[in-house]
Design a protein around this ligand. Structure first.
Ligand code: ADP
Length: 436
């Protein structure tokens, strides 16, 4: 409160009380005149308060403030200042909100704010295009009632939003959508849906290009390899050509393996899960078969391969694919470790009636920074060494895809100097037991 306001208030008190005091002293009725002064001052102040209340009741319009003096005038100008600040803040907030709305409207992805129950709080224009959710008419409806996709409903109800959901929405022209839900406050979720149709098309084009190119390469390579095999086994092959022919045959074999692996990969990448009813795979017998083949191969007979088949559970899936998982893992254990290393292949029932196929070796192990990337196509810890051993860099990528196509999970543990352990865990509903 300014000093001037107090001074003008004092001035008013003096204006009322000085004449009253003089009149009181002159007439001898000092107390009576003092009371008259008090009443006059009280009435005047009450009048100011009534006017002030009326002004407040009318919303305290700044430009329409009544004339006040003294402290009340100070109060009114304080209120007016606060109002001016508030309206400046409000207009900057409105500007922000409208900028935010323009931004979400311009986004190519659908953005929907939801309550945990699924009630829509707000949505942008892309939500209409991608999910058929109208920002004007669908607010406060439940998202699961508007976007009726069974996998989305299951995903939303489960409430596990760590991974995005990929859906092919038949209701909206078979669009490939990637849906992500992010909790952003105690009682709000934001759903972001991205149209992946273009990416999926490019992915499909890349996959079919690799598949076609590999197909085209397969036949000429088989012919070249056939000639080279005949040539290298020919008794009249001049001594000076033997090394070159052997090397050419080895490289042709590598190329053939690469083409086969690329074909396998593009085939298993193109389809989703392997149907449960496709085949019953006796995993134990396949393990024994692969290990026998491995032991018969001259280059690998110096490894100590042991098998432990603890369950006679079979797997529902694709026999050729599971065969390639086992042979890739056992082959890797042999290929990437020193001779004399012990390798253990284990098939057992694990937690929650799932089953585990484990291939463990006591080789040199893999440094932790490589483990995450081992299943990437063509990723090799030591590319030169892998090539030397006939590796294509696609083996673990194939293993991961096959395991996932059988609803399983590939887990890799390794420690430098201790060895590596590759585990494929398959869920109980993928297993088949004789007495079932
Ligand atoms: P590759 O054809 O080179 O074997 P993979 O995809 O099967 O390709 O394996 C990727 C890389 O992982 C290998 O190049 C190798 O460096 C490493 N690796 C795989 N298995 C083992 C293992 N049992 N011990 C050590 N390193 C391994």
């Amino acid at each position: 409160m300014s000093f001037g306001a107090w001074l003008s208030e004092l001035n008013r008190v003096l204006i009322v009380f000085v004449p009253c005091t003089i009149a009181g002293l002159a007439s001898g009725y000092t107390v009576m005149f003092f009371i008259i002064g008090l009443i006059a001052y009280g009435l005047w102040t009450a009048g100011q308060m009534i006017t002030l209340k009326k002004w407040f009741d009318s919303g305290a319009p700044v430009g329409n403030a009544p004339e006040f003096t003294g402290i009340v005038d100070q109060l009114v100008s304080g209120v007016a200042d606060l109002q001016r600040q508030n309206s400046a803040r409000q207009s900057s907030l409105e500007k922000l909100v409208s900028q935010f709305n323009e931004l979400t409207a311009a986004l190519p992805d659908a953005v929907i704010v939801l309550k945990p129950s699924g009630e829509i709080q707000s949505s942008n224009q892309a939500a209409d295009r991608l999910l058929r959710i109208n920002p004007d008419s669908d607010t406060h409806s439940r998202i699961t009632q508007l976007f009726r996709d069974p996998s989305f409903t299951e995903y939303f109800v489960a409430g596990k939003f760590d991974e995005p959901l990929e859906v092919q929405a038949a209701t909206i022209g078979d669009k490939e959508l990637s849906i992500r839900i992010i909790p952003f406050s105690e009682d709000r979720l934001v759903l972001i849906a991205q149209d992946m149709s273009q990416t999926a098309r490019i992915h499909e084009m890349r996959r079919s290009f690799i598949s076609n190119a590999s197909h085209e390469l397969r036949t000429p390579l088989t012919v070249i390899l056939g000639y080279l095999e005949t040539l290298s086994g020919h008794p009249k092959l001049p001594e000076e050509c033997k090394a070159a022919t052997y090397s050419a045959e080895l490289q042709a074999q590598r190329m053939k393996q690469l083409v086969e692996d690329l074909l396998t990969l593009s085939r298993i990448e193109s389809t989703a899960l392997v149907a449960k009813e496709s085949e019953i795979i006796p995993v134990g017998s396949i393990i024994m078969e692969v290990v026998k083949e491995m032991e018969l191969s001259t280059s690998t007979h110096r490894h100590d391969i042991r098998t432990r088949i603890e369950t006679d559970a079979s797997l529902k899936g694709d026999l050729q694919e599971i065969h390639s998982v086992i042979s890739n893992l056992v082959n890797n254990a042999v290929k990437h470790t020193e001779s004399g290393t012990s390798v253990q292949v284990h098939w057992k029932v694990a937690d929650q009636d799932s089953a585990e196929l484990t291939v463990a070796d006591t080789g040199q192990g893999i440094a932790p920074e490589h483990i995450e990337r081992l299943t990437e196509r063509f990723y090799r810890v030591d590319a030169g060494r892998s090539r030397e051993k006939g590796g294509t860099g696609l083996g673990l990528s194939i293993v991961k895809h096959v395991v996932e196509r059988h609803e399983g999970r590939l887990m890799i543990r390794s420690e430098l100097g201790q060895g590596s352990c590759f585990t494929c865990r398959f869920p109980a509903h993928r297993l088949f037991l004789e007495d079932q």
